[in-house]
Structure formats: C-alpha cells, structure tokens
Design a protein around this ligand. Structure first.
Ligand SMILES: *[C@@H]1O[C@H](CO)[C@@H](O)[C@H](O)[C@H]1NC(C)=O
Ligand SMILES: *[C@@H]1O[C@H](CO)[C@@H](O)[C@H](O)[C@H]1NC(C)=O
Ligand SMILES: *[C@@H]1O[C@H](CO)[C@@H](O)[C@H](O)[C@H]1NC(C)=O
Length: 749
C-alpha cells in the first residue's frame, strides 16, 4: 500500500503525510526488560524481591515501590494497582479489554511514527497480574494498527513493595542503576515505577510518581518518542475509585493517541548539508586570483616601475583594494543571487542581512590576507601553488577536522576559536552555521539564522564575525607595512639605514670616473685630474647650492656584502658628479663596471653604502618619494604589462605624471612618433607581441613622458638595430634640452 497513512510497509510516509485522525492505542505501561528487572542479591538485599535466579527464566516481577502518609491506606491502594483477570482475554475489542487491566511492554517507544511499538510484530504484550498462572502465554490475532497482527501475549507479575519513606524509595530506585549487577554482564536493577501516596485520604487523592524518563529518549528533532506515563496515573486512579466505591467502580483509560498533524513536503535541503565545504571552495577561489595578480606585479617589477614614475603607495593600495573589493563583491552578489534563484534553502532561509554582513567582512579579510601573503611571495608560480593549496587544504581540513571538533561537545571551545584564526576555517565555520540553521529551518518550516540567533550558545557565527573583523584590522596595516619595507628599501628600513649611517664617514681619498672591472687588478687607484676637479666642484656646490644643477652626487659608494664566504664587492667607489640641466651624461664601461649599481642607487632601488646624491636639491636617502615625481626611468630590463598596448602604457604613465585630456593624448602620440611606434598602429598592439627592440623603444618613451626633470636610462640601446639606435640618439638629443639625462651604455653611440 502506497497511499498516505500509517502503514507498516512504508512507515516513512508518516513523516510527510497528513495524519488527520491518528490511530488509537491502549495505554501501555513501560516495563524494564526481563534481564534488567530489580532482584535482591547477597550484597544488595532488597526487601521483598526474589533472587537473581529469575533473570535466567525471564520471570522476574515488575516491582513498584510504594510509600505514603497512611500506611494501611497506601497498602490497600497498591494492592488494587493490577486488577486480576476475571474472564479470558477477548481481543476482538482490544481497546476496551485492555482498559480494564494493565498492559505493559518492554519495547522502547522511540521512532514510533504514530504506532505503538508493542503492537508491531515481534513484540510481546505483557499483562501485569498480582499472580501469574502457568500456561498464560498465548498468541492472539488483533486488528490493531494498519493490518491484522498476530500478537504474543504473556503474563508478568506485578509486585508492590512498601517502603518507609520517599528517600528510601529514591535510594533503592537508583541502587541498581548505580551498582551494576555483579554477576553476568552489567545490566541495571530497574524498577517499573515508584508511588508516594503523600497525604492521600478518603477525601483526596494526592500522589507523586517516579518513572524512568530515559525511555523518552528524545535526542533528535525527528524523534517522536512516547513516554508511557498515562497508564501509571490511571492505575492509581482506578485503585482509588475501587477503594472508595468497591470493585464495581472503574476508572477506565480507553486509549491514547498522537496529535493529528498536517502533511508536509519531505524537504531535505542538500545545499545546507554539503554546502559548507562546497561554498567554502567557491568563495575562496578568489584568493589565488588576487594573490597571483599581486605577485605578478611584484615579480615583473611593475610595482617598482610605477613607483618610480610617481605612483605613491597610498593610491596604489586604495585602487588595488577597491578593484579587488568590487570584483569580490560582484562575485558574491552573483553567488547569493544565483543560489537564491534556484531556491537553495541555504540562501533563502537565512536572514539576508546576516549573509551580506558575513560575506562583506569575509571578502575584506580575504583581500587583506592576499596582500599579506603577497608580501612573502616573489614568484607567480609559487603564489598559484600556495593559493590553491590554501583553498583546498583549508576547505578539506575544515570539513573533516574542524567540523568534528565543532560537533564534539567535549572539545574545548577555546581551541576552536584558535583554529578559526585561519581565515579559511572561520569562513567554513560561518558557512557551516548558516547551513545548520538552513537545514533545521527547512525541515521545521521555520526561519534560518536571524540576528537574534547570534546569541544562541551553540551558534559560532558571532565569534567568527568578531575574529574576522579583528583579523582584518590587523592584517591590512601589517601587509601595508611589510610591503613598504620590502619595496625599494623604503619606509622603516630606509629610516633605519639613515640612523646607522648618521656617522657618515667622509673618506675622500680617491674618486674615479673610469669604472674598472671589479675584483680585477686593472682598477686605476690614482686620482685622475678631472676627477679631482669634479670633486672640488661638487664640494663647492654643496656649500653654495645652485639651482642650475639637476644632479649632484657626493662621494657615492656601494659595497655588496659577500655571501657564502665570498669577499665583499665594491661596485661603486666614491663617485662625485655634478650635472647641470640640459646635459646628457653618458657612462661607458663593460658589464660589471658598476653602471647599473649607480643607476639603482639613483632611482632608489638600493640604498647607497655611503655618500649620497641630490636630485634638484632632494636627498636620495630621504626624499625619494618626492624625487619620483620629477624622474623618468628606463630600466635595463623592460618592465611592461604583456597584456596592455604600448599606447595604454604611455597613457597610464602620463596620467601618473599629471597629464590630462587632450594634453595627455598629444603627449602620447608625440611620444609614440618619436620612438617610431606610431605608424601602422603598432602603438595599439599588445606589448606581448612586440619585438625586443620595440619594447626597448617603448621603455625609453615611458621614461620621457610627462616632462620629467631628470631621466635615467640604463643601457637604452641594447638590442636595437643601427637605424633604431640612431633615431634613439636623436630622441635623446631632443629630450635633453630642458632636463638632465644620465644614460649608460657598453658602447659608444
Ligand atoms: C488511614 O486510613 C484509614 C482508611 O483506610 C483510616 O481509617 C485511618 O484513620 C487513617 N489513619 C490515619 C492515621 O489517618
Ligand atoms: C534511544 O535511541 C537510540 C537511537 O537514537 C536507540 O539506539 C536506543 O535504543 C534508544 N533507547 C531507548 C531506551 O529507547
Ligand atoms: C532508565 O532506563 C534506561 C533505558 O532503558 C536504563 O538504561 C536505565 O538504567 C534506567 N534507569 C533506572 C534508574 O532504572
């Protein structure tokens, strides 16, 4: 039978079917199992109880302990508790028949689904009698329940035992429970019930009943366990009325039944159960994207390049952060909208404002975490691997480790909080809680998580929100700081260096212009007359500053400390130089002569070991950020975005140099023309498709855009064919008019 109703074949239907008129059942007494019924033993003699031998024959009585204010009254009442059968049992009207006697069952009454378990096949219905006659045991056909049933009926002796006081009863009821049976395997000594007749007299019935509420066994939402107490009350009411009015009077308890219920759809919201892990992965997938992007700009030195063209850390961070925030927010909006549209309970049951706040905080934390992680990573490949390991690792560990700790009540909450410091775990926990609330919400037809459920003791959401906000507030400034320290030796490191170098040594022994090959003996360690002259000019200029000089180097030195036992390397030894505006200063020398070290110091990539230089009167050790706004750089290796076009590069760097509108467009076009990248739409091609020479010319154009006052070009002519080289020199010649240019080259032009 498959139609809705209470049926043996498909009990599962009961969960969803409407049950307008639940079946009626005899009120059955809960009996302790035969092997656990109370007995008296040598070590624990209980007054009036048989010895343990009855355990083996399964014939122990069901014992009731009785006390009361008036002993004679209590004893005569308890003698009437189990009426003796006067006629053979007639099960054709089983409700009426069983209401006159006391039926009992050992079967636990959990998972009962509108059925009385003692009326299901395989169970025995016991009739509690003052004395059992032999051959009582029988099998009867009963029409109780959904289909005709063969029922085993047996007799059990009911035994009511007088005890002096309630405290004696209380003690004995739990004796068996506390002291396990000494022979034969750990069963308890259970009593059926206890009665205290208190101040009962002929005018009023006043009782207190002990029963074992563990049979209730309500451990879950779906259990509808029955606690078989009604019969215990009826037994004593019936005994009382018989005591007052004689055995002809009866107080009958015909039946008990469940409350009717309406039909409901079977809603098991899988999204809530599987959701936490799956959604953790989906949301975390943005993390490697952000991380690799940040590391890419660092690996390609684009960040330094932008910084050298005047982009300050503040705007860079604000723009990057806002960009990733917008990206993440869009992603999360799509995530929630899509989930809601296909009707996943995970999204629809829980309060949207909580979800929005949770995701909002998390994406901020995720971006801060990416910034933080990016300050330790230098290669895109490693960043990708680290990013995905983090995503899958934190998701799996969350689902298969953290979840068990959350569900294990004995696990200390403090450790869970510690684990949730890992952002992936706090995300998992938040999603897990949303899933739990959505699941119960869907199953029970109630709301999921609301703001008021944040104060539920088991709800970890509030802790997670607090952890994430605090962590964000710590991670973001920390990431900013680490970034400043690592980039360009700026920030604190620079300041530390200044502190260390405050006792600047004014060693003026010898200065050179010709760069010798380092480490070899070819270095001319003799002061060249030109050099002496220049040093004196510099000293003069330092005393009387002259605005005409764009660059003044004062005894600039760079020593690289040897690693792995190698000796220190002197890259630049005491360079003094004064360069007026309108001049182009070329530095020639073979590889390793120190040209790039010199440029690196001038553009702030490495701090000088000693000495300093001034660009328009600003010290390269302290004022690098201001210097960048006047400076153009063409680095030795092209630092370009592969996916941007040449024109876009120039537009970007032009904007950094405060060019706007028509002026910017004109400057860009002029610049492209000057380096021969204008014709044939070359400027609109992606840089990734450029040849080495084209990239080089673009780098030169970038260094000149926006009218910088000083320009550094590190080997701008490498990789250029002779024709391009010539046009490059004419560009430089043109450009040097109102600025100072320092360029290095291995070759003479
Ligand atoms: C106890 O109850 C009986 C009635 O069964 C009554 O006769 C007797 O007086 C009561 N005893 C006391 C002390 O109240
Ligand atoms: C209580 O419920 C559990 C299942 O949740 C079951 O295994 C156990 O037998 C039940 N105990 C009683 C006394 O009903
Ligand atoms: C109450 O019932 C439970 C389940 O059958 C049983 O384990 C426990 O020992 C009983 N307690 C007492 C005090 O009888």
């Amino acid at each position: 039978r498959t139609e809705c109703g209470v049926q043996y074949s498909t009990q599962d239907q009961v969960a969803t079917c409407p049950i307008p008129s639940p079946p009626r059942w005899p009120a059955v007494l809960q009996l302790p199992p035969a092997e656990s019924r109370a007995v008296g033993t040598a070590s624990q003699p209980l007054d009036g109880l048989p010895g343990p031998a009855c355990w083996d024959t399964r014939s122990c009585p069901a014992a009731f302990l009785v006390t009361g204010g008036n002993r004679s009254l209590a004893q005569s009442l308890s003698g009437q508790l189990f009426p003796a059968l006067t006629s053979p049992l007639n099960f054709s009207d089983y409700l009426h028949t069983l209401s006159k006697i006391v039926p009992g069952s050992e079967a636990p009454a959990s998972f009962r689904q509108f059925l009385e378990p003692s009326f299901t096949p395989g169970n025995t219905l016991y009739i509690v009698q003052p004395r059992c006659r032999s051959n009582f045991s029988q099998t009867v056909s009963v029409n109780a329940g959904p289909k005709p049933l063969k029922l085993n009926v047996d007799c059990i002796q009911g035994l009511s035992l007088w005890r002096e006081s309630a405290s004696v009863i209380n003690d004995e009821l739990f004796k068996g429970y506390r002291q396990q049976r000494e022979s034969g395997g750990g069963k308890a000594n259970e009593f059926a019930a206890g009665y205290d007749f208190l101040s009962t007299n002929t005018d009023s019935l006043d009782i207190s009943i002990w029963f074992n509420s563990t049979y209730n066994n309500n451990t879950g939402v779906f259990e509808m366990a029955l606690l078989r107490v009604p019969r215990l009350v009826n037994m004593v009411s019936d005994a009382y009325i018989k005591f007052l009015r004689g055995s002809g009077a009866e107080m009958l308890l015909e039946y008990v039944k469940d409350m009717p219920k309406v039909g409901s759809e079977l809603k098991l919201d899988l999204s809530s159960l599987l959701g936490a892990l799956f959604f953790t992965w989906i949301i975390e997938l943005l993390f490697p994207v952000i991380l690799t992007y940040l590391v890419y700009e660092k690996q390609q030195k684009l960040k330094i390049m932008m910084k050298m063209h005047g982009l300050k850390a503040g705007p860079y961070w604000m723009i990057t952060y806002t960009y990733f925030f917008a990206l993440s927010a869009l992603y999360m909006i799509l995530f929630v909208t899509f989930g809601s549209l296909i009707g996943l309970g995970f999204f629809t049951t829980n309060d949207y404002s909580i979800q929005i706040v949770f995701y909002f905080i998390y994406i901020n934390l995720q971006i801060a975490l990416a910034f933080f992680a990016a300050s330790f990573l230098y290669s895109v490949k490693i960043a990708t691997v680290v990013g995905y390991i983090y995503v899958f690792g934190s998701g799996l560990l969350g689902a298969f480790l953290l979840r068990f700790f959350i569900q294990d009540n004995s696990f200390p909450n403090g450790w869970i909080v510690v684990m949730e410091i890992i952002p992936g775990f706090s995300l998992y926990r938040g999603l897990y809680e949303l899933g739990q609330y959505a699941f119960t919400g869907t199953a029970m037809g109630t709301d999921g998580m609301t703001w008021s459920s944040l104060s539920d003791p088991v709800n970890g959401m509030r802790t997670v929100l607090i952890i994430m906000v605090v962590e964000w507030a710590i991670l973001l400034p920390l990431a900013f700081y680490l970034d400043q320290v690592s980039l360009l030796g700026g920030g604190l490191r620079k300041r530390l260096l200044i502190l260390l170098k405050c006792f600047k040594k004014r060693a003026a022994s010898f200065r050179m212009y010709s760069f010798g090959r380092l480490g070899s003996k070819v270095i001319v360690e003799m002061e060249n007359p030109d050099a002496t002259q220049e040093r004196e000019a510099v000293e003069q200029l330092l005393l009387e500053p002259n605005a005409n000089y764009a660059i003044i180097c004062d005894n600039l030195k760079k020593v690289y400390h040897g690693r792995d036992g190698n000796p220190d390397k002197l890259a630049v030894r005491g360079l003094s130089l004064a360069l007026p505006k309108g001049q182009c200063f070329g530095m020639l020398g073979p590889n390793g002569a120190g040209k790039t070290s010199f440029i690196s110091m001038m553009i702030g990539l490495v701090p000088p070991t000693s000495g300093t230089a001034y660009v328009h009167g600003m010290d390269i050790r302290t004022d690098m950020n201001e210097i960048y706004t006047y400076m153009g750089v063409c680095p030795q290796h092209d630092l370009l975005w592969e996916t941007l076009t040449g024109k876009e590069h120039l537009l970007f760097y032009g904007r950094l140099k405060n060019l706007k509108g028509a002026e910017l467009l004109k400057a860009t076009d002029d610049s492209l023309k000057s380096v021969n990248l204008f014709r044939g739409g070359v400027g609109d091609k992606q840089v990734g498709k450029y040849s080495g020479g084209m990239k080089r010319r673009l780098s030169v154009a970038i260094s000149l855009i926006g009218d910088p006052k000083v320009v550094f070009m590190d080997e701008p002519s490498t990789g250029l064919d002779p024709a391009s080289r010539n046009s490059l020199w004419s560009v430089v010649k043109e450009a040097k008019k109102n600025r100072a240019i320092i360029l290095t080259s291995i070759l003479f032009p």
